[in-house]
Design a binder for this molecule. Structure first.
Ligand code: ARG
Length: 395
């Protein structure tokens, strides 16, 4: 039997609530400290976690990490055009930060172990474990170690007077932060099942969205959004407002089969209206500002960055090296992008930047700056080796 203090990553949901009596009764800890980290979950979730933590644990912390989440996780992901298998990561970006905040509490409290409520099937167990192990902590994961089922957890919770938050009629697992909303589980586990409209909370169905295009403007400085429709806003306010605007136009839904780190394929549904718009606008602006070589190489870097971010391997030295490359390219990424939102689609309508590598004088059909005959010399050497080979084959 364990003794001493344990710090538990706490959301106030069924899994982590059940962990509290389990850590006492099954694992024998004397003191359970719960930590909820606010990365932009719905207000009522944070209130629920705080109240339940205070009621059920020996000590509870709620930590506001919203600003840090934007500056340290979301903004770098925008600069990296962060996406995994075609969706803007949300849960993956938040987990390392949540874990780091939990480590801080564990160190401050002198806890001997850290516990979390992840199962043995998902990605979050690996993302959490990596950070906790990097900080030198042993991990307790009751759900994973005891192979618990939801039904058993509900009974155990009822026996321990723990309010059961997941009602039978709402059988989905939802993970939300200000960048994205992930919905999985229940009937959605069948990839052939058509998701009911009720699972969505941030977006209207494109068919119910307005019949006219809504036009907006986003301004970027050094690769991150700083203003929406000409109004300078702090990151969190900008993302929240854009979630509303894009969501009411049905933008930012994703229903996909995803390859988890373990190799399991899983059906996942996401909502990320602001992320969809910001990533589309950012990528478009890069085509105006970066060189062809930078764009081609950055594409590879972005992919690798995203894969490591998805796995939560934020201490991997390669991740730091890729981030440094990305930051260098973003130094000149200033400009504005006009975007049209219409019934679920995002269309860039125009873009401009003082750092544009675009010259309308040079490219224009009417320009006299460049004598078109200059191209003739270039053309003589163009594809030279392929042409030589083709002629060799004729002999
Ligand atoms: N598959 C996603 C990821 O690994 C989302 C997981 C979200 N969790 C949830 N309980 N809905 O990042």
């Amino acid at each position: 039997m364990e003794k001493g203090k344990v710090v538990l990553a706490f959301s106030g949901g069924l899994d982590t609530s059940v962990c509290i009596p389990l850590l006492r009764e099954h694992y024998g800890f004397d003191e359970i400290i719960t930590v909820a980290v606010d990365v932009g979950q719905p207000e009522e979730e944070i209130v629920r976690a705080t109240e339940k933590g205070q009621m059920l644990a020996d000590k509870h912390y709620t930590i506001d990490a919203k600003e840090k989440f934007i500056s340290d996780c979301i903004f770098p992901s925008i600069k990296a055009n962060g996406s995994y298998e075609g969706y803007p990561m949300g849960t993956a970006l938040a987990r390392p930060l949540i874990a780091e905040e939990i480590v801080k509490v564990a160190q401050q409290e002198g806890a001997s172990k850290i516990a979390h409520g992840c199962t043995g099937k998902g990605n979050d167990q690996l993302r959490f474990d990596f950070i906790f192990r990097s900080a030198g902590y042993d991990i307790i994961a009751p759900m994973r170690e005891m192979n618990l089922t939801r039904e058993w957890e509900i009974c155990y919770a009822q026996e321990h007077n723990i309010p059961v938050p997941v009602a039978k009629e709402k059988p989905y697992s939802v993970d939300e932060n200000c960048w994205s909303r992930s919905i999985e589980g229940g009937k959605l586990e069948d990839p052939a099942f058509h998701p009911p409209e009720e699972i969505y909370a941030w977006t209207v169905s494109p068919k119910d969205a307005p019949d006219t295009m809504e036009e907006i403007q986003i301004e970027f400085e050094k690769g991150v959004p700083v203003a929406l429709n000409g109004k300078r806003l702090p990151g969190i306010a900008l993302i929240r407002e854009l979630n509303q605007i894009a969501g009411r136009n049905g933008v930012g839904r994703n229903d996909m089969v995803e390859d988890r780190i373990l190799g399991l394929k899983a059906r996942e549904i996401y909502e990320h209206p602001a992320a969809t718009v910001l990533l589309a606008a950012h990528r478009d602006l890069e085509h105006l500002v970066l060189t062809r070589s930078e764009l081609a190489f950055k594409h590879i870097v972005d992919d690798k960055w995203s894969e490591l971010a998805y796995m939560g391997l934020v201490h991997e030295p390669l991740f730091h090296a890729l981030t440094a490359f990305i930051d260098t390219t973003q130094e000149r990424m200033n400009g504005t992008v006009d975007v049209g939102l219409y019934k679920g689609s995002v269309k860039v309508l125009g873009r401009s930047s003082d750092a544009a590598l675009y010259s309308d004088d040079l490219v224009s059909f009417d320009s006299k700056t460049i004598d078109q005959n200059y191209a003739v010399g270039f053309s003589h050497f163009f594809g030279l080796q392929a042409r030589l080979l083709k002629n060799l084959k004729k002999c």
